[in-house]
Ligand binder design. Structure first.
Ligand SMILES: Cc1cc2nc3c(=O)[nH]c(=O)nc-3n(C[C@H](O)[C@H](O)[C@H](O)COP(=O)(O)OP(=O)(O)OC[C@H]3O[C@@H](n4cnc5c(N)ncnc54)[C@H](O)[C@@H]3O)c2cc1C
Length: 425
């Protein structure tokens, strides 16, 4: 069939799909967080032979290991593909976790979530989005102050939005459940991938070979880019700290998770609420200093409530009894990175004159690093995004139909930053 409009997004040769790998191929997934766990599951479902490798002693040892997190929808910000990605991913994640919750404890406390937005303008945009059909019927409604009081079990003193299918999750339990039947190698730090025939040798720091595989999925957060053999992706680290706050008699009545830019959970473990989360650029990712908890960050989590939900603050105390810090992985465009690793030299050769705006059909298809893929940069919403993106990645790897539009496939392509750079010249 002739494509009459070669400029349509799906015909961009630099975003073409990679050649699929054979059914039953051995795939090493590096990273046992939510990205690795979902990738491993999705690949096994498509007939691949998967092993997961992580430097920690078990699953969810880093960003995915908080005691609680929220799953919630996100309104669009004007970009249609972005909005479609966020909404489809959220709805898909809810479905996946509901299925998983038949056999594992996934949701914590009473189901559902109240959202107040980080400020009045955000809340108004979010309400408008909902009123315009942003979510299917029954997935979100406006809640008056009185509704909020009744749903929350305490007087929050604000109106908001009620998402009955969203809620508070147990992130580590989800990763453990997804990885429970999958072969794993824990306590192993991957330092390099070495091409070996048609496949890859996955090497430890001392050069010892951990495993030989047909393909590798880099789901190891910020470190993913460092392991790309032929082209790096600009990833950024953002430190986040959560605070555990001892409950008061009054705050124990809080029934559901609250989102207000930050978030507060009902009492979960050790009689404490979990308050989240700070967000700080973290260039010093080589040292482990990011793990150290700071009082300034605990105060920031408290001040967030002061600023947005002062009524709630009145029933809480200052009894911070602990916390946890981790690094999120992000990109400059705040979108995840999903797809084949690329060959930077070939891209620079084949697309050196992209800035001239010539017709796209004159260019050759993208040159990828065969058998190496990434799923990273899940930012602050890894648990909402990972199930759908893992399914997209598995379709890319095995050659199946994509679970999302081609526009979303292109939007998250690891090569997009290099393509933008070449277009700028
Ligand atoms: C404070 C905070 C609060 C958050 N709250 C929420 C929330 O409420 N809801 C939500 O959806 N998201 C939340 N997030 C974001 C979410 O946690 C992340 O998006 C998600 O965990 C990222 O998953 P991941 O698998 O990509 O990374 P990780 O969970 O970090 O997994 C990467 C894994 O790779 C391993 N690894 C790295 N390098 C190597 C190597 N060289 N060799 C072997 N193994 C390696 C690491 O040990 C790690 O286990 C929060 C994040 C933070 C920091």
């Amino acid at each position: 069939m002739i494509n009459k409009n070669p400029d349509r997004h799906y015909s961009f040769p630099w975003f073409r799909r990679s050649a699929p790998i054979r059914l039953g191929a051995r795939v090493a997934v590096i990273g046992a967080g939510i990205a690795g766990a979902c990738s491993a599951q999705a690949l096994i479902k498509r007939g691949m032979d998967v092993v997961v490798i992580d430097r920690r002693s078990g699953p969810a040892g880093e960003a995915s290991g908080n005691l609680a997190g929220l799953i919630q929808p996100r309104p669009g910000g004007g970009n249609r593909a972005y909005e479609q990605l966020q909404t489809s991913a959220y709805l898909h994640a809810v479905k996946v976790y509901d299925e998983l919750s038949r056999t594992h404890e996934v949701w914590k406390g009473v189901r559902g979530l109240l959202s107040f937005g980080r400020d009045a303008e955000f809340l108004s945009r979010h309400s408008q989005w909902l009123a315009n059909g942003g979510l299917p019927n029954g997935h979100g409604i406006s809640a008056s102050k009185a509704d909020v009081h009744e749903i929350a079990g305490v007087d929050i003193g604000a109106s908001g939005l009620w998402f009955p299918h969203a809620g508070t999750i147990d992130p580590a339990a989800i990763c453990r459940a997804l990885l429970s039947d999958i072969p794993t190698l824990y306590g192993k730090t991957v330092s390099k991938l070495e091409q070996h025939g048609d496949g890859w040798r996955v090497l430890e720091g001392d050069g010892a070979c951990l495993i030989e595989t047909d393909a590798v999925v880099l789901a190891n957060g910020f470190a993913a880019s460092q392991l790309c053999p032929e082209g790096s992706v600009p990833l950024h680290a953002k430190r986040g700290q959560i605070s555990y706050m001892k409950a008061t008699q009054a705050s124990k009545k809080l029934r559901v998770g609250l989102s207000y830019g930050g978030y507060a959970t009902p009492v979960l473990v050790n009689g404490a609420h979990i308050l989240g989360a700070t967000y700080q650029q973290w260039p010093d990712h080589q040292s482990n200093k990011w793990q150290e908890l700071t009082d300034a960050d605990h105060n920031e989590n408290l001040n967030h409530i002061n600023a947005r939900l002062p009524h709630l603050r009145q029933i809480l105390n200052n009894g911070i009894i602990g916390g946890r810090a981790a690094l999120r992985t992000t990109t400059a465009d705040h979108l995840p990175v999903v797809g084949p690793a690329f060959n930077e030299v070939a891209f620079k050769h084949d697309y050196h004159d992209l800035r001239h705006g010539k017709p796209v059909h004159i260019y050759p298809g993208a040159t990828y690093t065969p058998g190496v893929y990434l799923l990273s940069a899940l930012g602050s919403r890894g648990f909402a995004l990972a199930p759908l993106l893992a399914s997209l990645l598995a379709a890319e790897i095995t050659g199946g139909p994509l679970p999302v539009d081609e526009a979303i496939h292109n939007l998250v392509s690891p090569a997009r930053f290099l393509v933008r750079q070449l277009k700028r010249g």
